[in-house]
Write a protein that binds this ligand. Structure first.
Ligand code: NAD
Ligand code: DAU
Length: 359
């Protein structure tokens, strides 16, 4: 039995990972540590494939005493670290919490792992792994001519969010080099899929479109992201944890790079087909260009050759199939949407982020 500490397992990717792990692995017990910030919810942990192998603990990753206790009480041998402040726009308006959770929180977990595995030797060192879930945003932005990011790309973060994630990556790597802690890092592109908090582009556009609100495209909408369906990311992470080499970084991505405006139009077109009688069809009429994000990264692209060649991973979901599935999920889960909007600061956030952006 593997004893896996998942941090941030009530958030978007973390909760999908918990569902994925309990569905695909029998010999795994999950201890899920999450502070339940605005982005985390127990709604995301309903209908788990096997409740008996899941323990939820509400707590903060910066709480060293709590984290130490979890390592010893549950004999943690594997950490999959998702917990973070994850939204770029929030990091621009309120960066302090990003330093605390993303940098200090990661440092706290690393110290607890060092103590449990290297000092107290609670688990044989050849059976442990600390996996850090990171982002392609640490690499900065690409021009049209630049080659894609890969594992050798120099770090050049440009938003407070990206800088905090870059810092946490450096700490993880340093603990591998200095103390011999068995660490791995994955740097992934933009995820989408069920249970994503509707501050992010795709769920925000789906919810606005279905309720007839403007679809706020930043700037000219020609910024480019690489999009990966969340289940593919979960599979890639588990491959790295179980088969990837300690001390290594793996880039993960969806192998597609449409401009944002194409993503928004795709959502509109799918909604037109699913809801031909909607008052808002054709949904593209709702598209509104608004003031751009400060320091907005123009283009991301990511090379997935290493994880493909070494671990045999590649995305299973096409963007079209993943988007259709995602839109259907939001349409079929109005109770989730209602609960998430009510539990969080959503209304206040929308006002804060969008009110000042002139069309
Ligand atoms: P999210 O914002 O949806 O979820 C974050 C979770 O962490 C929430 O459940 C929240 O309650 C929890 N959390 C926040 N602060 C905490 C703290 N101090 N202690 C304990 N729990 C805390 O984020 P996400 O989109 O699921 O991203 C998860 C991870 O994946 C992050 O590390 C992010 O940087 C990384 N990532 C995200 C994407 C993406 O497209 N969303 C892409 C690549 C990498
Ligand atoms: O690349 C990986 C990163 O992807 C993750 O590390 C982050 O946690 C995740 O939030 C995501 O960052 P982005 O900033 O790329 O995601 P977001 O959904 O906020 O925005 C996607 C693109 O859409 C970006 O170019 C900004 C644009 N956008 C976003 C919003 C919310 C809009 O045009 N309008 C919007 O209202």
């Amino acid at each position: 039995m593997r004893h896996v500490l998942v941090t941030g397992g009530a958030g978007f990717i973390g909760s999908n990972f918990v569902h994925y792990l309990l569905r695909t692995e029998q010999e795994v017990q999950v201890v899920n540590l999450d502070a339940l910030t605005y982005a985390g919810s127990l709604e995301n942990l309903k209908n788990l494939p096997d409740e008996s192998r899941h323990i939820f603990i509400k707590g903060d990753i910066t709480n060293r005493a709590l984290v130490d206790q979890i390592f010893s009480e549950y004999k943690i041998d594997t950490v999959v670290h998702f917990a973070a402040e994850s939204h770029v726009d929030r990091s621009i308006l309120d960066p302090g919490v990003f330093v605390n959770t993303n940098v200090v929180g990661t440092f706290t977990l690393l110290e607890a792992a060092r103590r449990a595995w290297l000092v107290d030797k609670l688990i044989p060192i050849d059976r442990v792994r600390f996996h850090h879930v990171s982002t392609d945003e640490v690499f900065g932005t690409l021009t049209r001519e630049d080659p894609p990011f890969d594992e050798e790309t120099a770090y050049a973060p440009r938003s407070p969010y990206a800088a905090s994630k870059a810092s946490s990556d450096h700490f993880v790597r340093a603990y591998g080099t200095t103390y011999g802690l068995p660490v791995s890092i994955s740097n992934c592109s933009n995820n989408y899929g069920p249970r994503q908090f509707p501050e992010k582009l795709i769920p925000l556009m789906i919810l606005n479109a279905t309720t007839g609100k403007p679809l706020p495209v930043y700037g000219d909408g020609m910024q480019i992201r690489d999009w990966l369906y969340v289940d593919d990311h979960c599979e890639g992470i588990w491959k790295v944890v179980t088969e990837g080499r300690a001390g290594e970084t793996y880039c993960i991505g969806g192998d597609n790079q449409p401009p944002n405006i194409e993503i928004v139009k795709l959502i509109c077109d799918i909604l037109d087909e699913l809801q031909p009688d909607s008052l808002y069809t054709p949904h593209q009429q709702l598209i509104t260009h608004v003031q751009d994000r400060p320091g907005h990264d123009r283009r991301y692209d990511i090379d997935i050759e290493k994880i493909h060649k070494e671990l045999g991973w590649q995305p299973r979901w096409s963007l079209q199939k993943g988007m259709l599935d995602t839109i259907r999920w939001y349409l079929n889960n109005p109770d989730w949407v209602k609960a998430i909007l009510e539990q969080s600061d959503y209304g206040a956030w929308v006002k804060k982020n969008y009110e000042g952006r002139k069309g």
